[in-house]
Design a protein around this ligand. Structure first.
Ligand code: CUA
Length: 194
């Protein structure tokens, strides 16, 4: 009996058993399959974003976002403006230490151009519970064509470490049925916000 205190029987340097070799072969072959899937999925998969990237001055981007907020604000959620842009519009979202501005209220089935940029450092746009991830980079405007396919109250979680408040950097996207009447946001709204 081997108690674990004694040295194991000295056989490990003997040639591997045939079944072990077979399994190493299977594992290696599977590695190759997964390796091939990476470029294949990039070309054949439907998950690639049709994004456009432009260089942008962060201050200019902030001004554009402010114009956007002023034009379409419908309320406020914890001090963050809630914005309901019309279908087909240009939508601006800013990431900064440590919040996302504004809260977006979108319509299911409508198409928007979502612009993402950062005021300070790299942030990560990660939409929960949907698995959509994009880099939010200062100095660049990332324009994504988006069409929400489901209604919901979604969260934008920052998934790029950006400092001490990183874990608290949570934004919000609300997707409503286009038929639904424009509702007041769930959180206390500030009527005089606009
Ligand atoms: Cu922003 Cu982490």
């Amino acid at each position: 009996m081997n108690t674990g205190i004694q040295a194991p029987p000295g056989i490990w340097w003997k040639p591997a058993h045939r079944s072990e070799k077979v399994w190493v072969g299977i594992a290696f072959a599977w590695c190759m399959v997964l390796f091939a899937m990476m470029p294949l999925w990039h070309l054949k998969g439907e998950q690639n974003p049709a994004g456009l990237r432009y260089k942008v001055d962060p201050q200019r981007y902030m001004e554009r976002t402010q114009e956007f907020i002023t034009a379409y604000q419908v309320g406020e959620d914890n001090g963050i403006p809630v914005v309901a842009p019309p279908p087909g519009s240009e939508v601006y979202l800013v990431g900064m230490m440590w919040r996302w501005t504004p809260v977006l209220k979108l319509q299911k089935g409508a198409t928007y151009r979502l612009h993402l940029s950062s005021m300070d450092v790299n942030h990560g746009f990660s939409l929960y519970p949907i698995n959509a991830n994009f880099q939010v980079v200062p100095g660049y405007d990332y324009g994504l064509k988006v069409t929400p396919t489901e209604t919901g109250d979604l969260r934008i979680v920052c998934n790029e470490f950006c400092g001490i408040g990183h874990h608290m950097m949570v934004g919000r996207v609300i997707v409503e049925d286009s038929a639904a009447a424009p509702a007041v946001p769930a959180a206390p709204a500030n009527g005089g916000a606009e």
